[in-house]
Design a protein around this ligand. Structure first.
Ligand SMILES: NC(=O)c1ccc[n+]([C@@H]2O[C@H](COP(=O)([O-])OP(=O)(O)OC[C@H]3O[C@@H](n4cnc5c(N)ncnc54)[C@H](OP(=O)(O)O)[C@@H]3O)[C@@H](O)[C@H]2O)c1
Length: 230
């Protein structure tokens, strides 16, 4: 997946799935977020040398997107996050610029003026303001809605910037063929088992702690993934 176009991971593999040296917790974490991150970048037609902004980067999908964009040769990988401490952690995973949730802030001083690709896991009321951060011919892909739905008239913001030829798309992994998902997961599991793709597991809790786990997520305490075990 290094410096080459994100192809969608077509083609079967015969390697074990997942490798024996990958723990079930790590396999669950990577398996549930890595393919979404990969195909989100592919859906955005990301190519090496382009600049990427990951909005809502501190969750498991965002963390994997940051890593894959960096490994894929992005010229810059900016992130939005709610604290400097989270920003430092994201820098260690490949982020080059740390912005606050509004896309501004301390780390914004030397950040690119615009991005070729925005992977948006947040949506919400602020989503239209991020269209202004797209370069001409830039692509925004909505992958999640952790901040709720965007304003009903968000498309008007894009239409007002008609001459920038921007694109907006949604992406759901439901539209990816199982064989393609499996091929990408196999490739990512192999990279992880070589130590090249670290997983961020916030906490491992027993299944009966599902309620407190969700409360922690709602309180914004989670960086990465909580894994529940039977
Ligand atoms: N497209 C697909 O195929 C697919 C597949 C699975 C899941 N999803 C979707 O992906 C989302 C979950 O992804 P995830 O687990 O990676 O995310 P997450 O951990 O729930 O959230 C990601 C980050 O977003 C930031 N955030 C939360 N609320 C926010 C708000 N109101 N405004 C701005 N930032 C906010 C938080 O970071 P900071 O506090 O650092 O800002 C949080 O860590 C869900 O919407 C789910 O439906 C999509």
């Amino acid at each position: 997946m290094e410096a080459r176009r994100f192809s969608g991971g077509r083609g079967g593999r015969s390697r074990p799935f997942p490798p024996a040296n990958l723990s079930p917790v790590d396999a669950v974490t990577l398996g549930s977020s890595g393919a979404v991150a990969h195909f989100s970048l592919a859906h955005a037609h990301f190519t090496p040398g382009e600049s990427v902004l990951v909005r809502g980067a501190a969750g498991s999908i965002g963390i994997m997107t940051v890593q894959l964009a960096a490994r894929g040769g992005a010229a810059a990988v900016a992130v939005t996050t709610s604290s400097a401490e989270r920003g430092d952690r994201l820098r260690k995973l490949g982020a080059t610029h740390v912005l606050d949730r509004s896309g501004e802030g301390e780390g914004g001083e030397d950040a690119p003026e615009g991005y070729d690709v925005i992977i948006d896991i947040v949506a919400g009321a602020d989503m239209p303001s991020f269209f202004a951060k797209l370069n001409p011919n830039g692509r925004m892909v909505a992958v999640g809605m952790v901040g709720g739905p965007p304003p009903a008239d968000f498309g008007m913001t894009m239409m007002a910037a008609f001459r920038k030829s921007m694109s907006f798309a949604t992406f759901s992994a439901d539209t990816v063929a199982e064989a393609d998902r499996r091929a990408v997961r196999t490739e990512q599991f192999a990279a992880a088992s070589r130590g090249e793709l670290p997983m961020v597991v916030h906490e491992v809790l027993p299944l009966e702690d599902a309620v407190p786990a969700h409360q922690k997520m709602d309180a914004g305490e989670v960086f990465g993934r909580i894994v529940l075990t039977p």
